[in-house]
Design a binder for this molecule. Structure first.
Ligand code: FE2
Length: 264
């Protein structure tokens, strides 16, 4: 079997990460992630299936490591937050844009200042320091982003902050906040799909009207081949993208999410 067609196995991946962590720490875990993505992202996407919604799937809950499968909806962003532990991100579908921040403390409280933006493309992995603060976004309006997030330590039970609803509001990062953010993203996704469907219906109606008018211009034109404005419209292909992405992760993986959505 060609290397690119080797199947991705969640249990094997988790086992390799844990063994690497015990043997040689974060660098070794990143080697596992690099190796996995280096074999090709298609097997990972095939394992998780096509996504329908933004979600978070805990593949391993700790306490040594926490391994998550993150699925970002088209156009979704996740507010600035910290981890208080080293974390690595490895993207297997789409693009994850990371804005990094520095926090300054004043008498009026903490303030965030953006220091860098890093694009993590499909197939790439990045290790972040324990004090990193970042905001995540999927800039693509038509496709999902899928990424592994691996935290060094008992991340799910650690004390962390999120700047939500805006960068002036530091608040404890809780399950409820994460749930709100994912729910809002999925509401936006549903609204975008509804708008697309309405636009498509409008086009079909317009095309039908064109057909009737065309029929008056000559014999046979109203019942001609299906190559009218609707079938040949240049947007016809892109309209299906958010509803059935060509590739990407899913919550229909071989292992159900432990919590969905959950703590990020
Ligand atoms: Fe993060």
């Amino acid at each position: 079997m060609p290397r690119s067609r080797r199947k991705f196995d969640i249990d094997e991946f988790v086992r390799e990460c844990l063994q690497a962590w015990e043997a040689d720490g974060a660098g070794a875990v990143k080697d596992v992630l690099d190796r996995t993505l280096g074999r090709g992202c298609a097997p990972v996407r095939e394992c998780f299936g096509d996504p329908r919604e933004a979600h978070l799937q805990v593949l391993y809950p700790g306490p040594e490591l926490v391994i998550e499968n993150m699925v970002w909806a088209p156009g979704m962003s996740y507010p600035a937050h910290n981890h208080n532990t080293p974390v690595m991100t490895g993207v297997y579908a789409g693009l994850e844009v990371n804005d990094f921040y520095h926090q300054t403390r004043t008498r009026k409280g903490g303030r965030l200042q953006r220091t860098a933006t890093v694009d993590i493309n499909e197939g790439q992995a990045v290790l972040m320091a324990h004090d990193a603060i970042h905001r995540i976004a999927n800039p693509n309006r038509r496709t999902f982003t899928g990424a592994f997030h691996i935290y060094m330590g008992d991340y799910l039970h650690s004390s962390r902050s999120i700047w939500y609803p805006d960068e002036a509001a530091e608040t404890p990062a809780t399950f409820a906040v994460t749930k709100d953010i994912f729910a809002a993203a999925n509401r936006d996704l549903a609204a975008a799909r509804a708008a697309d469907a309405e636009q498509e219906l409008h086009k079909k109606k317009a095309a039908a009207g064109t057909g009737v008018l065309g029929g008056s211009t000559g014999p046979g034109s109203a019942s001609g081949p299906p190559s009218g404005p609707s079938a040949s419209h240049p947007h016809a292909a892109t309209h299906s993208a958010p509803h059935a992405p060509a590739r990407g992760p899913s919550r229909r993986g071989s292992r159900p999410p432990l919590h969905l959505p959950g703590d990020q």
